[in-house]
Design a protein. Structure first.
Length: 102
C-alpha cells in the first residue's frame, strides 16, 4: 500500500458527526456512531473532490466499518443483538473511539 493507514482491523472508531456541503460519501445515519474496522480496502482518490472536478488528491484510505444494528438504529432495531451493518468509510471521517464517544 502506498500510504500508511491510521487504523487496522479490530480498531474501534467513531464516525465524525459533521455537516459538510457537497457530495459526501458518508451516510447521515452512520455519523456520530461507533463501529469497528473490519477491513482496509486500500488507498483511493477522494470522491468528495472528484465529484467537483478535482483530482481526488490526496488519496485517502478506505475502510470497511461494522456497526451493531442497535448502535445505528437504537431501540427501533428489534432484530438479533449480533446483527451488524457494514459501511465503507474514508479515513478522514474516522477518529479513534474513546470511552466518552462509545
Amino acid at each position: 500500500m502506498s500510504q500508511e493507514t491510521r487504523f487496522r482491523p479490530g480498531d474501534r472508531v467513531w464516525v465524525k458527526d459533521e455537516e459538510r456541503p457537497g457530495h459526501i460519501r458518508t451516510p447521515h445515519y452512520i455519523r456520530g456512531k461507533t463501529g469497528q474496522i473490519e477491513a482496509v480496502h486500500g488507498v483511493f482518490r477522494n470522491p468528495e473532490s472528484l465529484a467537483y472536478g478535482g483530482d481526488g488528491t490526496p488519496k485517502r484510505p478506505l475502510y470497511l466499518v461494522g456497526f451493531p444494528q442497535s448502535e445505528v438504529w437504537g431501540r427501533r432495531y428489534r432484530g438479533p443483538r449480533h446483527d451488524r451493518i457494514y459501511v465503507d468509510i474514508f479515513e478522514h471521517w474516522l477518529e479513534p473511539a474513546t470511552e466518552t464517544r462509545g
